[in-house]
Design a protein around this ligand. Structure first.
Ligand code: ADP
Length: 326
């Protein structure tokens, strides 16, 4: 093992130790608001609420059972779109669907229902990360039980983004030890990349995301130069008016509707080192990095799950950095 290897491994181990002594609760800001949606709410209305509040997901509450009922995310809306594609004549029904009907939609289009996983806020953050990697969840609700009533309480939701930010902000002395490059550690995906063009329809991008289980599609020109990225969350404004025909419109048009505070896309090169990636995570609202060459041509994609998986699992037993190894 070279010195760089040894230092890298030490940095990773330190970060893992840090995650073991911190809880999910520690990740939460001192004050925050939590918007919880009742499962009796119309799906159509839930879209308006998310947009109004500038959020892309919310925990669900079943007020009949007084229980936590899972997490509403952009995947649910993508499922509604899939349902519409399969049953276009049922548009009237879709308008009347409530959030409680999302499971029926999953069944009708034949997708596996997502596990209603949650973690206790006082458990080590390390456990929440492992659960995330195992289930491929991008966000996990923190659910506690009220001592007095014995009822479940949704405290908040933690995301891969928040966890990586928390690691980056609190571990600068450890992330500087991560001097190996993206290329050396094979971080991200470089084969079978799914892309689309500006003129392609929103619907075609959604189909790519569903088929390949990815949450973003880079938008490239004829020479593979990266122009933008279409993300699962970009679907939300596209269907907000219940006008599903708009899904036939181009990706270019849809991207022009992004909120003004859209943080932009982040790129890196295969020669960038992991410490510089953590610098970017520390300073910006990064949800993925697009790997490009010197000429801005697409080389690969690094998702937050790729980074989290490397940080948690590299060098562990089996040495296999894959979800099956979690
Ligand atoms: P996350 O799970 O962090 O939301 P994604 O769903 O985008 O991230 O990515 C899941 C996996 O697919 C990752 O290993 C990532 O490298 C890979 N990936 C992401 N986008 C693409 C794409 N457009 N084409 C092929 N693979 C991708």
């Amino acid at each position: 093992m070279s010195l760089v290897d040894r230092e890298q491994m030490q940095g990773l181990e330190n970060i893992r130790e840090f995650l073991k002594i911190r809880t999910s609760y520690d990740v939460l800001p001192l004050s925050f608001r939590l918007i919880v949606l009742d499962t009796d709410l119309l799906i159509r209305k839930s879209l308006a609420i998310l947009i109004q509040n500038g959020i892309v997901s919310a925990p669900l509450w079943d007020s009949h059972k007084s229980a936590f009922a899972g997490l509403l995310t952009s995947t649910d809306y993508i499922n509604v779109v899939q349902y519409y594609c399969q049953y276009p004549d049922r548009l009237g029904d879709i308008d009347q669907f409530r959030l409680s009907g999302l499971r029926e939609i999953e069944k009708a289009i034949g997708v596996q229902p997502l596990e209603t996983i949650s973690v206790h806020p006082m458990k080590p953050l390390y456990e929440a990360c492992r659960t995330m990697l195992k289930t491929r969840a991008r966000r996990i609700p923190l659910v506690d039980v009220d001592d007095e009533t014995g009822r479940e309480m949704v405290v908040s939701v933690i995301t891969q983004y928040r966890i990586l930010k928390f690691i980056a902000v609190n571990n600068e002395h450890n992330t500087v030890m991560l001097k190996k490059s993206v290329r050396e550690i094979g971080l991200g995906t470089y084969t079978n990349l799914q892309t689309a063009g500006m003129g392609d329809s929103v619907l075609s991008a959604i189909h790519l995301m569903v088929e390949h289980n990815i949450s973003a599609v880079p938008i490239v020109d004829a020479n593979n130069h990266v122009l933008n990225v279409f993300e699962a969350v970009d679907v939300i404004p596209c269907i907000k008016g219940g006008v599903y025909e708009e899904l036939q419109s181009s990706i270019g048009e849809a991207l022009s509707k992004r909120a003004e505070d859209f943080p932009g896309i982040y790129t890196c090169s295969e020669d960038d080192r992991l410490d510089s990636i953590f610098d970017t995570v520390r300073k910006s609202r990064v949800h993925r990095l697009i790997v490009i060459d010197d000429d801005s041509r697409l080389r690969g994609m690094i998702s937050l799950s790729d980074i989290l998986m490397y940080v948690l699992l590299y060098g562990e037993e089996n040495d296999a950095v894959s979800p099956d190894a979690v």
